[in-house]
Design a protein around this ligand. Structure first.
Ligand SMILES: [Zn+2]
Ligand SMILES: [Zn+2]
Length: 201
C-alpha cells in the first residue's frame, strides 16, 4: 500500500515537473524561438526554418521541440513592433518587416508605397504593413458622425432641429385623389376591372 502511494506521488510529481522543463528550454525574441539543445542554441524562425540549416522538410532537433511547445499552448513571437514597419520602400524588403521571414516580389500589389511583396510565412503581413499608415491616421483622427450641427452647443442643436422639422409632405396628385375619394364609394375600380377583362377578347 505504501509503495503504491509512493508510486502515485512520484508520478504526480513527475507530471508536475516535466511540462515546465520543456517550456523552459524555449525562449522567444520578437521574431524567433530560441531553443537550447545539448548546449547549442538554435534560432528557429516562425516558418520553422532554423539558423543551423534545419527546415520543415529536413528538421533539426529544435524544430520538433518548437512544435511540441506550440501544441502545449506556448506563446508565439509577437513580431517586430509596428513603429519599425516602413511607410514607404524603394525596393522589395528581403525580409518581412513583421516576422523576418523571406519575402517574394508581387507586382500585383505595387502601389504608391513601393513595389509589392508577399511574406512567405503569412501573406497578411504585407497588408498589416501597407495599411499601418492609414490605421495610425484613423487613430489620430477618429471619424465623427457628420450632422450639420456637429460640435454645436445643445441649445443650438435644438434650434437647428426645430427649424428643420416639417409635417409629412404629400405629393400633389395623392392629395387630389384623397379629396375625390369618398370612403365606401370606390366608383372607378369596377369599370376599370371590366375594361381590363374585355380588352383581350
Ligand atoms: Zn536548428
Ligand atoms: Zn511576415
Amino acid at each position: 500500500m505504501i509503495t503504491y502511494v509512493l508510486c502515485q506521488i512520484r508520478s504526480v510529481i513527475r507530471e508536475a515537473i516535466s511540462p515546465p522543463a520543456t517550456v523552459h528550454r524555449i525562449t522567444l525574441t520578437r521574431t524567433l524561438y530560441l531553443v537550447h539543445v545539448d548546449g547549442a542554441l538554435h534560432r528557429v524562425r516562425r516558418d520553422r526554418v532554423c539558423n543551423c540549416g534545419g527546415t520543415p522538410q529536413c528538421p533539426c532537433p529544435a524544430i520538433p521541440l518548437v512544435q511540441e511547445y506550440l501544441a502545449a499552448g506556448g506563446q508565439r513571437p509577437l513580431g517586430r513592433h509596428e513603429d519599425t514597419w516602413p511607410d514607404h520602400w524603394l525596393r522589395v524588403p528581403p525580409l518581412c518587416p513583421v516576422c523576418d521571414c523571406p519575402t517574394l516580389p508581387d507586382r500585383y500589389v505595387n502601389s504608391s508605397h513601393g513595389p509589392g511583396w508577399r511574406c512567405t510565412f503569412d501573406s497578411m503581413h504585407y497588408w498589416m504593413v501597407r495599411m499601418n499608415p492609414l490605421r495610425r491616421y484613423l487613430a489620430a483622427h477618429p471619424p465623427r458622425p457628420r450632422y450639420p450641427w456637429n460640435g454645436d452647443s445643445p441649445a443650438k442643436q435644438q434650434v437647428w432641429l426645430q427649424a428643420h422639422v416639417h409635417p409629412p409632405r404629400i405629393p400633389a396628385e395623392c392629395a387630389q385623389a384623397e379629396d375625390v375619394l369618398v370612403p365606401g364609394h370606390m366608383a372607378p375600380a369596377p369599370e376599370m376591372l371590366q375594361l381590363a377583362l374585355s380588352t383581350p377578347a
